[in-house]
Design a protein around this ligand. Structure first.
Ligand code: 5GP
Ligand code: MG
Length: 475
């Protein structure tokens, strides 16, 4: 008998993508364009999707579990009228996985509607929530994002801008926020700019999105990034920019560039594809095992592998072929099948690889289990040597700013004493992680504008106690 299993392939149990947000102001087909925007941002979260729209009087919402194409149908989009819409795709980083935690989060307060979509993670969420609950707030979800609405509520009598500034001045951590009222769209980015957020224009309408790849799909033009600490109010008067917070050193998440963002996006002033190729160039300068072929684990490793091949002049091959059609529910084999989880997603091209000395370029190693399974699968076809170059440094410290890579005991580079021990665990002949210097050099920018906490343990905002404890143990 076949059974259905929740998502998945080999990588599923592991590190979570965070969220994607999209907003559009002043377009006759706002919710349809929001759907396309979410479709382009789908890689940032596949757990739930939602859109809230406004026709100026009434506010409409539709949310569901799953990817945008499963959640929205023609009929649902028709029930989301109006010229304003915001949307969200989610992969939980805080709050559990259920519909009450799907976003946008919509409330009716006074005679106004407020819908909110959030990407990031609020560090002092627990403290704020306890404080709000003890003074009478009743929460509808376990999401940290809901806190922002509760913090705003007592100040709304002074105006929306005032309430938002009051709320955000209490919140610490990483956030890109989009809000919708009957006649306004608001976008805000935390003062350190951990996560990307961009402003675009589509004829007479304004769009805001986590990544510029969403603009390309809807035909909008990229105008600029929402700057860290900036609040944009978009209404019939156009776009108003507020900068109410004192400026602070920027801390862009480098892992967005290394893995999360789509390669066709422009984030933190970089094109993601070109940056990843430069990571490959840097790797090739740092590490040159004697191999005949350079290959990625597609898709995420492909761009750095191309860069490595370009710099080293070693032949690039797509040694493993990816199946792109693994849905959220996937029929399991009735009997245990060896390596099934690996083979269902990636399958080696045997005549190309058998008997060869190969370098695999991988974008990141978190737990090491995916890499280990894939390498074991490759060993099975009789390869001569397998080496691995990783296009980022060892991931040693957990992230409290919205990337859910695990806690103590899960990060392989934190558990093992050196590269040799990790190579042994994965089953490699040798391996090399890109240095922090190489990773930064590829950006062409100063290292001070990035958050490197997962590699260096230097947290730009004090992490919550649990992570603090973990870091102490690591030292
Ligand atoms: P590991 O070998 O550590 O088990 O898995 C590493 C693989 O997971 C790499 O191929 C990398 O591209 C992928 N990866 C890294 N971060 C994430 C993430 O946040 N979500 C998913 N699904 N995969 C990730
Ligand atoms: Mg990968």
């Amino acid at each position: 008998m076949s059974s259905l299993l929740e998502v998945n392939s080999e990588e599923s149990s592991y590190p979570r993508e965070e969220c994607g947000v999209f907003a559009i102001y002043g377009h006759g087909e706002a919710s349809r364009l929001a759907f396309f925007g979410l479709f382009a941002l789908q890689h940032r979260g596949q757990e739930s999707a939602g859109i809230v729209s406004s026709d100026g009087c009434q506010v409409w919402e539709h949310k569901g579990m799953g990817i945008a194409a499963e959640v929205f149908k023609e009929e649902t989009l028709q029930k989301l009228p109006g010229k304003l819409a915001i949307g969200h795709v989610r992969y939980s980083t805080t709050g559990s996985s259920n519909l009450s935690n799907a976003q946008p989060f919509l409330v009716h307060f006074g005679d106004e509607y407020y819908a909110l979509a959030h990407n990031g993670n609020i560090i002092n969420a627990q403290k704020l929530r306890e404080e709000l609950e003890s003074s009478g707030s009743i929460f509808q979800s376990t999401m940290d994002s809901e806190i922002i609405i509760h913090l705003m509520a007592p100040h709304l009598k002074d105006g929306l801008e005032e309430a938002l500034v009051a709320a955000l001045s209490r919140v610490e951590g990483a956030y890109c926020l989009i809000m919708l009222t009957r006649d306004k769209i608001i976008a805000a980015r935390d003062t350190r700019g951990f996560r990307p957020l961009a402003l675009g224009k589509l004829n007479g309408s304004w769009v805001v999105a986590s990544e510029t790849c969403a603009f390309d799909l809807v035909g909008a033009q990229y105008i600029r990034d929402v700057t860290p600490g900036e609040i944009l109010i978009i209404d019939q008067n156009g776009v108003k920019s507020l900068n109410p917070f004192p400026p602070i050193k920027h801390c862009h998440c480098i892992f967005e560039l290394i893995y999360f963002a789509r390669p066709d996006s422009q984030i933190f002033g970089q094109n993601v594809y070109l940056y990843r190729k430069k990571l490959g160039h840097e790797l090739a300068r740092e590490y040159r095992p004697d191999v005949e072929i350079v290959m990625p684990f597609p898709d995420s490793g492909t761009y750095a592998a191309l860069g490595y091949a370009e710099e080293s002049r070693i032949t690039f091959e797509m040694g493993m072929i990816r199946n792109h059609y693994i849905g959220r529910t996937f029929i399991q084999p009735s009997q245990p099948m060896r390596d099934f989880g690996v083979r269902v997603k990636l399958n080696p091209v045997k005549p190309l690889l058998a008997g060869k000395k190969v370098l695999i370029v991988e974008d990141s190693i978190i737990r090491g289990t995916t890499s280990r399974n894939r390498v074991q699968n490759l060993r099975g076809i009789g390869m001569k040597e397998i080496h691995m170059a990783v296009s980022c440094p060892p991931t040693i410290y957990p992230c409290p700013y919205g990337i859910d890579f695990s806690s103590k005991g899960e990060l392989i580079a934190a558990k093992k004493e050196n590269e040799k021990a990790i190579a042994e665990f994965i089953g490699l002949d040798s391996m090399h992680y890109l240095t922090v210097e190489g990773m930064i050099r590829a950006t062409g920018l100063n290292k001070d504008c990035f958050c490197l906490a997962c590699y260096t343990g230097n947290y730009p905002i004090a992490p919550p106690e649990t992570i603090d404890k973990f870091c102490m143990e690591m030292k």
